[in-house]
Design a binder for this molecule. Sequence first.
Ligand code: SAM
Ligand code: SF4
Length: 330
Amino acid sequence: MSLPIIDTFGRKHTYLRISLTDKCNLRCTYCMPQEDMQFMPSKWLMQADEIEELAKIFVEMGVEKIRLTGGEPLVRKDAGQIIERLGLLNTSLTLTTNALLVDQYIGQLKSAGVQSLNVSLDTLKEDQFKSITKRDHFSKTLENIELLLSEGFTVKINVVLMRGVNDQEVNDFVRLTLRNARLHVRFIEFMPFNGNQWDMSKIVSYADLLSTINNEFDFKQLPGELHDTAKSFQVKDGAGTFGIIGTVTHPFCSGCNRIRLTADGKLKNCLFDTSEVDLLKPLRNGQDVRPLILDHFHKKHFAHGGHVAFDEKHAKTDYEQNRRMIAIGG
Ligand code: SAM
Ligand code: SF4
C-alpha cells in the first residue's frame, strides 16, 4: 500500500497531468517563444511503457484523475496507444488539446472512457486565429469541436484572454454556452512563463471580465468545489456554463491537488515552481520513485511556487527561469 501524496499544508494530490510531448502543430504566442524554440529530442521523452508504469504508481498513491497534455498530446505518434492503455487504469482520463487531430482519435477516446476534453480556442475570428497561433487551421478546429459535441463528448473551451488581442470577443464566447449543455467556456488569465512576453497590462482581470459579461447577460454563480480552479457561472436560461480561471488575480492555491509530469519525466509540484525532480532516470535504473515523489511534494510551497508576486519585476526574474508553458503542460 503506497502513501498518499500530501504536502505540509495538508493538501492531498489526486490529479496528475502528464505531458506527452513539447511539440505542437500550432505556435501560440502566449505559450512559446516565437524564435529560438528548441524542442526536446525524442530520446529524452518518456516511452509509452514508462508513462504507463509511472501512471500506475501515481494511481497506487491516490491519483483519481489523469489529464494528458503537452505541447499538443495528439501529435505524438503513439498517442492513441497511450490513451487506450491509461484508459484501463482505475481513474478518469481526459485531455487538453487544440483539437486539430481529434477526428483521428474518436474511437480510441471512446474506448478509453474519455467523456470530456478541454479544447483551446482563443478567438472566433479566422484572421485573429492565424495571428495568435501563427497557423491557418481555424476551420479545422471549429469542425473538430463540432465533431466532439456530435459524438457525445463534453467540450470545455479554454480561452486565454489578452487585453487588446481577444478581449472584445468575451461575450461572443459566452453566447456559445447558451444552447448546448455539453459546451462550456473557461476564460484563463494570461500567465507569465519563459519567453512569452507577459506583462500585467495584458491581463483582463476577473472583475473586469465579469463586468463586461454583465453588460450583456444576466448570469448567476454556480456552487464550487474545493479543487476547482475556475469560478463557474451560468447565463439565465443558458444550457452550458462559463468559468474564470483567475490564476493571477484570484489564485486557487489553497485547494490545489495537481501533480505535473513533463514529457521528459520531470516531476513538478506547482506550475510556477522551477524545482523539478527527475523520475525517468531512476525509473529506468529500477529505483522506487515513490520516496522521490513524496519528498518533492513535502517541499511544495503554499502558493505560486514560492514566488511572492505577479508583476513585471518578478516576471523577468522568477517566472522567466521557469520552463516555457509548451514544455510544462498546461
Ligand atoms: N496543446 C494543447 C492545448 O493548447 O490545449 C495542450 C497544451 S497547452 C500548453 C494547455 C493549456 O495551457 C491551453 O489551454 C493553453 O491555452 C494554456 N496556456 C498556454 N500558455 C498559457 C499562458 N501563458 N497563460 C495561460 N494559459 C496558457
Ligand atoms: Fe500548442 Fe497548446 Fe501551446 Fe498553442 S497552447 S502552442 S496549441 S501547446
